[in-house]
Design a protein around this ligand. Sequence first.
Ligand code: 5GP
Length: 205
Amino acid sequence: MMKQGMLVVVSGPSGTGKGTVCEKLLAETPELAYSISATTRAPRAGEVDGKNYYFLTREAFEQKIQEGDFLEYANVYGNYYGTPLGKIQERRAAGEDVLLEIDTQGAMNVMQRCPDGLFIFLLPPSLAELEQRIRGRQSETEESLLRRLGNAKKEIAIGLKYKYVVVNDQVELAVARIKSILTAEHCRVDMNQDLFEVLEDEKRK
Ligand code: 5GP
């Protein structure tokens, strides 16, 4: 029987660099499939529908909520973001690991629905660094910046519920740590019962 792929959830407060880390991780791990989220926020320059996100109207998004199309969804700073369920099931059933890069509310909901997921929390090296990163985006008013920073500080404690924590001090190092976690998870005995069965069969011959 085909082994089911892992559901890998990378999450953490705003400004920890989830997007950059996941982009590099995906580029270096071709066998890892990315779950493209849906959102009601407007595309940013260079973003492509169906690649970065599925960009939906609020009505279309709410319709999908009604139809139960999302594994989870959350309202992040006034816009909806959601993880489409169908493709994840297909890919995992085909043995592929699927990566979700989502906010902490979404991750908590996935934890309820898929406790077998691999939950990785990304932490900033310090609060000062987190503030610098959020300021560096320059897309924020002072008010929204302070709101994001306040939320980010509160969200740090949520990390205690995850299985792994990775400090994003340098992108390359954070990616290397996540790759090591994936390798270790693939070596778990309970993920590899089939290897033992093959050898048991061979012994019997
Ligand atoms: P951005 O608008 O900067 O692309 O993303 C804003 C936040 O939404 C980030 O924290 C990102 O991880 C989160 N996010 C992206 N996709 C999803 C999703 O499908 N579900 C949830 N809950 N959060 C998401």
